[in-house]
Design a protein around this ligand. Structure first.
Ligand code: 6PG
Length: 245
């Protein structure tokens, strides 16, 4: 695993760098004649990334018809709900791109049964990647956020989702949020070609220092160590403020 950390004056600059990295990776994949398979994160941090990808100049530079959009996790809410990770990406990005509907692989959350939603998402990914039984997809890029407790995607500390080694996607009940989520699992994150963490704000500083310092106990974000992949952390100064100089 190759890990790089870049610190920027503010989130806007970090988001710009994330958007440029997205386009670089997409052009590299498409240039090699393959689809660019990307899993988007949820939360609020990626807003600036989506906005920059959806406007000039970057909107003209990415090979959008080669991009397949997946999500690292999703809340079990309707796809038009304010909390939907899909809705955020749809409104800020997808609705502004020439992406065919077939290139969007969202988690179908129109069911109160989180396990069924996870199983359907798992099946959909296996089909999209034409995976033989037991195989794991290799995403070109996974955009990840970081929670204050060190979660990423919906791999929350202390949940069985963190320990999952076979399934690609699982349902997870997040007690402190009293909500069900569907999340990709560590085998998927750790098979990615590139994982891009985007984190900002002083509220994340202690968690960023813990995770990047590999301090005990290991938080879920510390378990993202793709053996044949690159991990790129893009931080603003506030989130990086407790890192050793
Ligand atoms: C989600 C995310 C989650 C998020 C972090 C950071 O669905 O909430 O996938 O892992 O990335 O909680 O959230 P913020 O970007 O809002 O700080």
């Amino acid at each position: 695993m190759k890990r790089e950390v870049e610190v920027f004056p503010d989130l806007a600059a970090a988001a710009q760098r994330a958007a440029e990295e997205f386009v670089r990776a997409a052009r590299e994949a498409a240039g090699g004649g393959k689809t660019f398979d990307v899993a988007l994160s949820g939360g609020s941090t990626p807003r600036g990334l989506y906005e920059r990808l959806a406007r000039p100049p970057l909107v003209y530079e990415a090979p959008w018809r080669s991009v397949r959009f997946f999500w690292g996790d999703e809340r079990l809410v309707p796809s038009d709900h304010a909390d939907s990770n899909f809705r955020l990406a749809k409104e800020l990005l997808l609705d502004k791109l020439p992406v065919p509907p077939a290139g969007v692989y969202r988690v179908h959350t129109e069911t109160p049964d989180a396990a069924a939603a996870a199983e359907a998402y798992d099946r959909g990914i296996r089909h999209a990647f034409s995976l033989p039984p037991g195989a794991v997809p290799r995403f070109d890029l996974m955009v990840q956020g970081l929670g204050g407790d060190g979660h990423t995607a919906s791999l929350f500390p202390g949940t069985s989702a963190v320990a999952e080694t076979r399934k690609l996607a699982v349902a997870v009940y997040v007690e402190k949020l009293d909500s069900w989520r569907v999340t990709l699992t560590l085998p998927v994150l750790n098979n990615a070609a590139e994982v891009l963490f985007l984190a900002a704000g002083a509220g994340k500083a202690s968690t960023v220092a813990h995770v990047l310092g590999d301090a005990p106990p290991p938080r879920p974000a510390q378990l993202v160590r793709p053996a044949n992949g690159r991990v790129l952390w893009l931080l603003d100064r506030a989130a990086a403020s407790l890192l050793p100089r």
